[in-house]
Design a protein around this ligand. Structure first.
Ligand SMILES: *[C@@H]1O[C@H](CO)[C@@H](O)[C@H](O)[C@H]1NC(C)=O
Ligand SMILES: *[C@@H]1O[C@H](CO)[C@@H](O)[C@H](O)[C@H]1NC(C)=O
Length: 426
């Protein structure tokens, strides 16, 4: 988790990236595209709300966003490993069919990370979590442009893999392939010949953030599949609960336990993933123990209240704040006071994040280009622009749906539309 103080957010200097960061950040494509996907889906929602506005005039779907959504989902099809089913990408074929076989596991599915053929479980699980979230919030809009089926299919392609990568309670395989070997050669996964070792975390070499992120992915996906496939959904939830317990009981960063991972998707901490996973488990189960986990039990320790951060594959705090705000927006009525107060703090922090994003707010971050694009890192910079746009449009929709008219930033007031406009500008 990368913590960014308010001072830094308002600061002029761009974050300096060392050469090692560069190596790892090139491989974020999968994560980046999911951001584009949710923003385009969110943009479609705008139309839905307009549709219900006073004018009561049906607005046509904006083809530009519908096309972008379609392309974003096609990217997931391009990244698929395994024995392809109903493949719609003519130049892709079966690959990775033996992945996991050395451990008697079927790790053939899942998705490759970018132009390489590695399966990195940490960002892949994050991708699944955000895809689940976007389906849960914007599935109707995806359906309206005939993309929902593809979104389900891509999510399941990842969650099938994640289930198989969790063969017993305290073992999780989080990587297939050797980046050192793979990155030496520009090749098609269909014809690759390198050895494809698998790597696990377990009780002796724990990896809290990767186990917790996988729990978040499976818990959120269990909500997605709840109605259409209850058996699959409950299997996802069982794995999610077990993985969360494993992550929480054996607390250590996978970057420390297994230093080889530091070159790619190095993690800067696991507190954010624990809160994020518990928040999703709470939504999936309504089990109060997960709510207590994020509030009285661990809020102080991990939540960094009132400090704003950038939502990314390494840092889930801002996403957690928005997700937990949802409870305050839509149904904290019967909640015990302690939990309610802590949730209010999460929402307050989410508001600070929004105030940092709004370009003319008194606390607006100056970390943008002259044209207004959020610009945090030199390498893979669009991940932050799309992630920020995603959270802004979600927050805007939570405000609209709950009839919350105003967001205050140091005395200035803003409307849901201001957040939308920011998102569209990105
Ligand atoms: C536990 O994980 C470590 C790191 O991946 C691995 O070297 C070790 O063999 C695993 N332990 C068992 C019993 O498989
Ligand atoms: C990876 O993150 C850990 C903290 O989890 C840090 O100690 C280490 O220096 C980082 N490694 C690299 C190569 O950035």
């Amino acid at each position: 988790m990368k913590r960014i103080s308010e001072a830094e957010m308002g600061g002029k200097q761009a974050e300096t990236s060392n050469p090692r960061d560069r190596g790892s950040s090139i491989w974020c494509l999968l994560v980046l595209v999911i951001g584009a996907l949710v923003v385009t889906a969110a943009a479609l929602t705008i139309l839905k709300y307009l549709h219900f506005s006073k004018n009561n005039e049906a607005h046509p779907i904006n083809k530009k966003y519908a096309d972008a959504l379609e392309l974003a989902l096609q990217f997931f099809d391009v990244q698929k490993s395994g024995k392809l089913v109903d493949n719609r990408i003519p130049w892709r074929g079966d690959s990775g069919l033996q992945d996991g076989s050395e451990e008697n596991l079927d790790l053939s599915k899942g998705m490759y990370d970018a132009g390489d053929a590695i399966k990195f479980g940490f960002p892949m699980a994050f991708t699944a979590t955000v895809l689940s979230w976007s389906i849960l919030e914007y599935g109707d809009q995806m359906n309206a442009v005939k993309q929902l089926g593809y979104a389900y299919n891509c999510l399941r392609w990842i969650t099938d893999y994640l289930i198989n990568s969790h063969p017993s309670e305290n073992v999780l395989y989080f990587q297939v392939g050797d980046p050192g070997l793979d990155h030496k050669c520009w090749e098609r996964p269909e014809t690759m010949t390198e050895r494809r070792p698998v790597t696990q975390v377990n009780t002796s070499f724990p990896g809290t953030e990767v186990a917790a992120e996988t729990a978040a992915a499976l818990a959120s996906a269990s909500l997605v599949f709840k109605e259409n496939d209850p058996d699959y959904s409950s299997s996802l939830l069982t794995h999610a609960r077990q993985l969360f317990t494993f992550a929480d009981t054996y607390r250590a960063s996978y970057s420390i336990s297994i230093p080889q991972v530091q070159g790619f998707y190095n993690s800067t901490g696991y507190g954010d993933e624990l809160l994020w996973a518990a928040s999703w488990l709470y939504h999936a189960t309504r089990d109060d123990s997960y709510l207590r986990y994020v509030t009285e039990l661990n809020g102080q320790r991990f939540a960094n209240m009132e400090i704003t951060t950038w939502f990314s594959w390494d840092d889930k705090l801002a996403g957690t704040q928005v997700l937990l705000s949802r409870i305050i927006f839509f149904g904290a009525k019967d909640m015990p006071t302690v939990e309610n107060l802590d949730l209010q703090m999460y929402r307050k922090t989410a508001e600070l994040v929004m105030c940092g994003l709004l370009p003319d707010s008194p606390t607006a971050t100056s970390r943008r280009t002259d044209g207004g694009l959020i610009w945090i890192t030199e390498w893979n910079p669009l991940q932050h622009a799309v992630a920020s746009a995603f959270l802004a449009v979600l927050y805007s929709d939570y405000m609209l749906t709950s009839q919350t008219e105003t967001l205050y930033c140091s005395g200035n007031s803003y409307k849901p539309d201001d957040l939308r406009n920011f998102a569209i500008s990105q």
